[in-house]
Design a protein around this ligand. Structure first.
Ligand code: ATP
Ligand code: ZN
Length: 287
């Protein structure tokens, strides 16, 4: 039987949809019957295991799955020796300290002697230790925001993305101690495994998808005398494509521009007399 790569993905939660979306953008086809816990892609040697996110690091570590997609927070909290193959960038969140409104805060030392409720004791412990702060922990696996109100904790340390839940519970975010995004993980020793070749194929596609998402394709018309200036400005994969227009003295140029430089480039193009600027997203991209 030919080899198959197994990937562990969160069954239901904040990581699920985007994890499946990125695999889908790699052109990998699979059914979406919500009740299955295991399924095979139809056009790529990949098998999906749908599990709780907490179980993903140990499944990969123990070889139940070969790779997985999990929040970096979960990986660091569990402290298992695993390789981060790619930072996928989505499901961005932060681990923050929050306090009731009437409790003063001037820095991490304000937490000295407090009871802090958290689901991430290991990450919190290492950060407090680095700062020489001693506190006690109340380990809870959910509804952390409730603990100060019911009197079992003085402060909390929890994942935040917008802060709305904190506000609803009368808490204020006073310090961000850690940030997390979704990462693709694997075992450190997969080098000579036959599955490594399948993984390489998958990573090549993932890189193309991620790269495409960070660039835009741009087309515009430009007076010929500014070709050099624009070419220096935008570059391109090799260099921009330049095609003559029927109208004397004008060309059409095409190139790719990194998303984070886009507005800067756009303004400079306008200043150099570019007209009819068209911008489109890129679906896949390699260099
Ligand atoms: P499971 O049932 O699989 O154990 P869960 O309740 O532990 O699910 P989710 O709430 O779905 O997990 O969060 C999964 C991951 O999504 C987190 O570990 C974190 O990396 C990320 N995440 C992004 N934003 C947030 C947020 N606002 N709150 C919590 N986690 C977030
Ligand atoms: Zn979980």
């Amino acid at each position: 039987m030919s080899k198959i790569l197994r990937i562990a993905i969160q069954k239901k939660g904040r990581l699920s949809e985007k994890s499946l979306a990125i695999i889908g953008q790699c052109g990998i086809k699979f059914g979406s019957d919500e009740r299955v816990l295991k399924e095979r892609a139809t056009n790529f040697p990949l098998e999906f295991l749908y599990v709780r996110d907490d179980d993903i690091p140990s499944y990969v570590h123990d070889g139940v799955a070969d790779i997985g997609i999990v929040g970096r927070n979960e990986l660091d909290e569990q402290g298992l020796e695993l390789a981060v193959l790619r930072d996928l960038g989505f499901s961005k969140c932060r681990l923050s300290i929050a306090l009731p409104h009437d409790v003063p805060y001037t820095g991490l030392t304000s937490l000295e002697g407090m009871r802090i409720a958290t689901s991430y004791p290991n990450i919190l412990r290492s950060i407090l230790a680095e700062n020489g702060v001693k506190a006690s922990f109340v380990e809870v696996s959910g509804s952390v925001e409730l603990t100060p109100a019911v009197g079992i904790a003085d402060a909390i340390c929890d994942l935040v993305s917008t802060g709305a839940t904190l506000a609803m519970n009368g808490l204020r975010e006073v310090e961000q101690i850690y940030t997390s995004t979704a990462v693709m993980i694997g075992r450190k020793t997969m080098d000579r495994d036959e599955k490594r070749a399948i993984l390489e194929r998958l990573l090549l596609r993932i890189d193309a998808v991620m790269k495409a998402a960070s660039y835009k394709y741009i087309m515009f018309n430009l007076p010929v005398e500014h070709i050099k200036a624009v070419s220096d400005l935008i570059g391109g994969l090799k260099s921009p494509t330049v095609t003559p227009l029927l109208e004397e003295g004008w060309v059409s140029m095409q190139s790719v521009v990194a998303e984070d430089r886009f507005w800067d480039v756009f303004e400079q193009l306008k200043a150099l007399g570019a007209q009819g600027i068209l911008v489109t997203p890129i679906e896949k991209m390699t260099e």
